[in-house]
Structures are given as structure tokens and as C-alpha cells.
Ligand binder design. Sequence first.
Ligand code: AMP
Length: 285
Amino acid sequence: MKRLRTPRALDRALAPSRRRGLKIGFVPTMGALHEGHLALVRRARRDCDVVVASIFVNPLQFGPGEDYRAYPRTRRNDRRLLEDARVDVLYEPEVSRMYPAGFQTSIRVERLSKPLCGASRPIHFAGVATVVMKLLQQVRPGVLYLGRKDFQQCRVIERMIEDLSVPVRVVTVETVREPDGLAMSSRNAYLDRAQRASAAGLRAALEEVRRRVERGGERDARLLRRRLRSRLQALPRARVDYAHVVDARTLEDVVQLIPGKTALAAVAVCFGRARLIDNITLRVR
Ligand code: AMP
């Protein structure tokens, strides 16, 4: 595995593959890697000739008072995991080179960035869109791999790629979970034992909503949302940021679930300083 820090080095390393028309897959991450990240890498390894992963803790996507400084950094272990997963190139740019003095451009995906996580993290998705655009310019992959745990992030990036005619295909990968259902996340490292036990309730609450829809035939989205919120509020040590039932394409609130249209139940819950998100898709027959 080559470890590279600059766009020039990246360009030089990838030039022969580009000339030969090989398929380049790209997995952007912020490090502190776990099986969720590795599922993306494995999918890329299966589909592509060349796999590029990046580790970059992007300051632009953290708001004031968020955990930019405290975000877990486990570089040595990350490199080993990526090497074992047969990544060809690990790109680790430096903040000062990604955003040198004078940097002032931002990409805003207007409507998709506002609801859900956007409501409590107003600059987050502009930071994500900007860094992903920049990484796509530098890596120029054929395929971009994203995890569906960050469903809103997938929608924002897909929209940006379409709106700006970026020549890359997006593949989204199912959420990888702990045995008790908790979605794997680098931020799970913040949880103490009691918080960790309680956090498994996120998935259970989302699954209950799905059962009500798919087995019980419930279509009243406001009722589902109320039920979801109260289940989450009952979890010990939890502070609910949001619980919503939205259209899976527009991320706008829905009132009724409609057969043939996919809805999404999405939640964000804080346990101490860990803010965890999860979601589940809903389809009425
Ligand atoms: P992050 O390092 O948190 O920015 O995540 C990098 C990529 O890994 C994003 O596309 C995430 O959606 C994806 N990812 C994070 N956690 C998981 C998970 N549990 N399952 C699948 N993909 C994930």
C-alpha cells in the first residue's frame, strides 16, 4: 500500500492506471476505522482494479463546540487495517494543504442539507460536500463508496455529483452493526458501559417502526414518529436530538406513507458527548 500526502504524488501514482483505463474505486473516511469502513473497502476491492482510501479529519464539517479536536485518531491501526484489506493507495492529506490561507470556497446543497442532522449542525453538510468535491477532484475515481448509516450524507453527495456533473458513480453500502444492533461508528468509542448498553435501543426502536409499517400496515407517519420519539426518550441516559419519518429521496417530512414510495425513519440521539445517528427504510405494501 502506497501512503501519499499530496495531490501531485497521488496523480503520479494513479497516472499509469488511468492510462490503462483501469477502474479506480475511492473510499473517503475520517479514520478511527472499524468494520463499517472496511465493508466499503471490501466492496471497492471486489468491484475495482485500484482501491484508494483516504483518511482526513475534515475541520470544515465540525461546528463550533463539536468534537473536531477530540475525534478519535488511531492512524497506526488504521493503516494496518487498510493494508490487510489490500488497499492500493492511502491518501492522507494535511489540513494546511487542503485549506491553505486564502481558501474561501464552499459547496452548499441547499434543501437536502437543512433537515435532520442539518437542523442541529447547520454548517456540517457544506463542510462534507466541499471536502468530498475536493477529494473527488484529487483522486478522480470512477466509483465512490459511501455508507448508508450516513443516509443524509449519501443524498447530499449524490445530489452534488448530479448537479455539478461530476463524472463518478456512487455505490452505497448497507450499515454494519455490532451483534446487538448498534451501528458501528468511530464515536461509539466515547460511550461508557451504561451508555453503550442503552445505545442498542436505537436500532430496536427503528425496527419496531418498520414492524408497525410492514406487518401492522401503519401508514400514519406522524403517529410513527411520535412512537419512535417516545421509545428513544425512554432509553436511559439518552437525549433525543431528532426522530423523523421522511421521504427517502427529498428527506422532507411525510404525513402518510404511500405504497411504492420509500420512506426513511431517521434518528440522532446523544449519550453524553457521543451523538449517534441511525436510520431504517420503510416501504408499505
Ligand atoms: P467516517 O469516517 O465516519 O466519515 O465514515 C466514512 C465512510 O464510512 C462514510 O461513507 C460512512 O457512511 C461509512 N460508514 C461509517 N460507519 C459505517 C457503518 N457502520 N456501516 C457502513 N458504513 C459506515
